[in-house]
Design a protein around this ligand. Structure first.
Ligand code: GLC
Length: 752
């Protein structure tokens, strides 16, 4: 059959397209796509559902080594819808040319990748940028990531990861926005806007992929890929909102998760993929499995074999099989044997072709393979500036005893110590395959570049991250004794968190705790830079180290951003997006917990008779080491009492809650003002706090600003006893403050 020049056909029908609004992928019935589907053989249809990793690097269990020339043949035969983890304008252009000119129907390829926190300009890991609570900075970071990666041929990004997690043992907590559904939803929207902007037809935008659907962040024991089992109410109130937020922001695709949820693997779940995603949320985009997650339904025990897994996944609505070969190998036979209705295949093909059409690939298949754009856009100066900006805003000041920080640039001698002090390779962090190890600015380099000429900077590694050798302790102690201040860079390597990076022990890895103790024994003032992809158990540091900065994993500009904060060029404004426990035994511990029938908020100073029968541990306080939303500034912000526009809120109306905040100095600084509510009585128990708003604003030294929050009755909705979503009249508390503990409080009554 003569190949129909698709770009010609698309020109005819292009006018039929209505510019879909940014909140949903275009939902047009596309005559060109329908015409194309009618021409396709069953094998060609299934080929559009088959998605392979390229030959640059694997991000999952290696299932085959397909030499790159085999890709060429698979593409010619129409057996590949695209490749991921390939990049490069020339390389993708070559593969695209084979698809367009040498396959029967010339359907263009998708090129996917995990651009999780930047491409060549590596940004802070997502948990870090979430700690900035700066939605503009986050969107800007993803815009830069899109500009760079689309210049290298990538048009389908497997991000944002929006999984809520309350468990620091889970390594992938590094990839999300922490424990709260409100913050997680706002961050999800900002990331999708950054990747997709107004329209996917812009070659500097790429399809976002909200992942991992759903509740992947709640595995038993914090162990990756483990079982997830929870009430529907908890699922809907705590875990689903960020996925919906990403979809409502217009995300073109969604990725299913590895885990089972309540007995059904997510990649075969009608409840998740049909009932919630398609029917309730109206999602019109494309669903891709995770790496072999369709096959893994056999291991889960939902399917006896790959054929059953393929049927279960396609009927549930998984359009594309990542790396499983299950659709390619099983679906044609299942259809020909009458076991699988072709309509499920056509529906999946339609969703895949719509994505390619929305990306403009039928009009110009080479729009993402532009070597000139690639040369000009990668690691542009303004990109690195954006990375430094969001990195410094992500740093959280956890402790600053006697205002040790900020340091003077003219300080005499600084000892920079630790396995992460002069370590470029780990600075990019987890999921940074496109970043290059020789690029990041280390903490040592950033400090050297920041101090004045007369300062002396000494360096010692002190120990490494993995073994228990103390051979380098003496050198580190020696330079510490010579210094006026010690900067101690400790924490996790890039591979100690992220996928398959769960840890049962969340203390500093290896021999680092002993190194910290030895340095503390010198009696010198010590500033700890804690680099991690999760909350760590910092209890000993909190007791013994005068200043502590959580620097997460900051990417290309790590050293410069840390120096900006250390020397006061930037007043730290980060706030924790996740609770830091006193030890792993407290996990799960999170701010939006229930009150229980025997609550205990004390500090064990009460008489035993008053605290014995309360919900608590015998060996550690109930309170976390650092609560959700916590972060200090070099300035002090004084909050006034809350004033409400009314003390009752009627259904369908709103009230305004206001505070005045004074920056008592001594520096200008940004503050994240947080609004929480508590529904005191309900048909089901309610959390003791729920984040319902936040504003990050600059307040100049000595300035007082008034901040208003508008709260509508809808904001107070929840899944009631009968699982209907709505409000219930009654008493509410409202809190406004600088974190989830340090708040001013007021009351109001909600009326029907
Ligand atoms: C991985 C991850 C997923 C990623 C995919 C492709 O296993 O779970 O987040 O997008 O495979 O690399």
């Amino acid at each position: 059959m003569k190949k129909i020049p698709l770009f010609f056909i698309s020109f005819i029908f292009y006018g039929c397209l209505t510019e879909g609004n940014r909140n949903q992928p275009q939902t047009y019935e596309n005559p060109k796509i329908e015409a194309l589907i009618r021409q396709m053989t069953l094998e060609e249809k299934v080929g559009q559902l088959n998605f392979y990793v390229g030959d640059l690097f694997n991000t999952g269990p290696t299932v085959r080594t397909t030499e790159s020339d085999k890709f060429d043949q698979l593409i010619r035969e129409g057996k590949l819808t695209g490749l991921f983890n390939v990049h490069g304008a020339a390389y993708t252009g070559r593969l695209q040319k084979i698809a367009v000119e040498e396959s029967r129907l010339g359907i263009p390829l998708l090129f996917g990748a995990d651009v999780i926190h930047g491409f060549k300009t590596v940004f802070p890991i997502p948990l870090a940028s979430a700690a900035s609570w700066d939605l503009e900075a986050i969107e800007k970071a993803e815009r830069v990531a899109a500009i760079e990666s689309t210049a290298a041929g990538i048009n389908f990004n497997f991000a944002p990861m929006v999984d809520i997690s309350r468990d620091p043992r889970w390594g992938r907590i590094a990839e999300g926005a922490g424990e709260d559904p409100f913050l997680g939803s706002e961050v999800a929207k900002a990331r999708v806007r950054g990747f997709q902007e107004q329209s996917l037809t812009d070659p500097q935008t790429m399809a976002a992929c909200v992942k991992h659907f759903a509740a992947y962040g709640a595995p038993d024991g914090g162990r990756d890929y483990n079982t997830v089992d929870m009430s529907e109410r908890l699922l809907r109130e705590m875990y689903l909102p960020p996925y919906k937020a990403g979809i409502d922001a217009g995300a073109a695709t969604i990725m299913t998760s590895f885990n089972e949820l309540n007995g059904i693997a997510a990649s075969g779940s009608q409840f998740l993929l049909r009932d919630i995603l398609r029917k309730e949320w109206g999602f019109k985009g494309m669903v891709v499995s995770d790496w072999q997650s369709v096959n893994e339904m056999v291991a889960h025990g939902n399917a006896a074999n790959n054929a059953e897994a393929a049927m279960m996944a396609l009927k549930a609505g998984v359009d594309m099989d990542m790396m499983g070969d299950v659709y390619l190998e099983e679906v044609p036979r299942l259809v020909n044997e009458g076991k699988l209705d072709i309509k499920f295949v056509d529906e999946a093909v339609r969703n895949v072709l719509k994505l390619k059409y929305d990306l403009g690939l039928f009009d110009d298949p080479y729009r993402y393979s532009d070597t000139i754009r690639e040369k000009n856009n990668i690691r542009a100066v303004e990109h690195l500036e954006a990375a430094r900006d969001v990195a410094k805003k992500s740093i959280v000041l956890l402790k600053n005893k006697e205002k040790l920080l900020p340091l003077k640039k003219s300080i005499g001698t600084i000892a920079v110590i630790g396995p992460l002090a002069d370590n470029q390779a780990d600075m990019n962090g987890t999921w940074s395959f496109f970043g290059e190890a020789q690029h990041p600015i280390t903490f040592l380099q950033g400090i050297k570049d920041a101090v004045s000429g007369q300062s002396r900077v000494l360096y010692a590694e002190g120990c490494n991250l993995y073994d228990r050798s103390k051979d380098k302790f003496a050198e580190a102690v020696n330079i510490a004794k010579k210094a006026d201040v010690v900067i101690l860079a400790v924490g996790e390597s890039a591979v100690m968190n992220g996928e398959a990076g769960s840890r049962s022990d969340i203390r500093l890895p290896g021999i680092q705790p002993e190194l910290v103790m030895e340095i503390a024994k010198t009696g010198k003032p010590v500033v700890a830079l804690v680099m991690s992809g999760r909350p760590l158990d910092l209890s000993w540091l909190d007791e013994n180290i005068p200043a502590i900065l959580e620097v997460w994993t900051l990417g290309s500009e790590a050293g410069n951003a840390a120096a900006d904060v250390l020397f006061g060029d930037y007043n730290p404004s980060g706030k924790l997006p996740v609770t830091f426990p006193r030890n792993v035994g407290q996990v799960p511990i999170y701010y939006n917990h229930k009150n229980t029938g025997r609550p205990y908020e004390g500090d064990y100073s009460e008489p035993l008779s008053e605290r014995i029968y309360r919900s608590k541990y015998r060996d550690v306080q109930n309170s976390p080491l650092y609560p959700f939303g916590y972060g200090l500034s070099y300035s002090t912000f004084e909050y006034s009492d809350i004033t409400l526009s009314a003390d009752t809120l009627n259904a369908g109306e709103s009230i305004t809650a206001s505070v005045s905040i004074t920056n008592e100095g001594p520096y200008d600084g940004e503050e994240v003002v947080q609004l929480y509510i508590r529904d005191l009585v309900g048909s089901v128990t309610r959390p003791v706090k729920e984040l319902k708003g936040f504003k990050k604003l600059m307040i100049k030294n000595g300035e007082t600003v008034k901040v208003d929050f508008t709260l509508s009755s809808d904001d107070l909705s929840f899944y009631r006893h009968d699982m209907t979503y709505g409000i219930e009249p009654g008493d509410f508390q409202i809190f406004i403050g600088s974190d989830s503990k340090n708040v001013k409080e007021q009351h109001f009554v909600l009326k029907n």
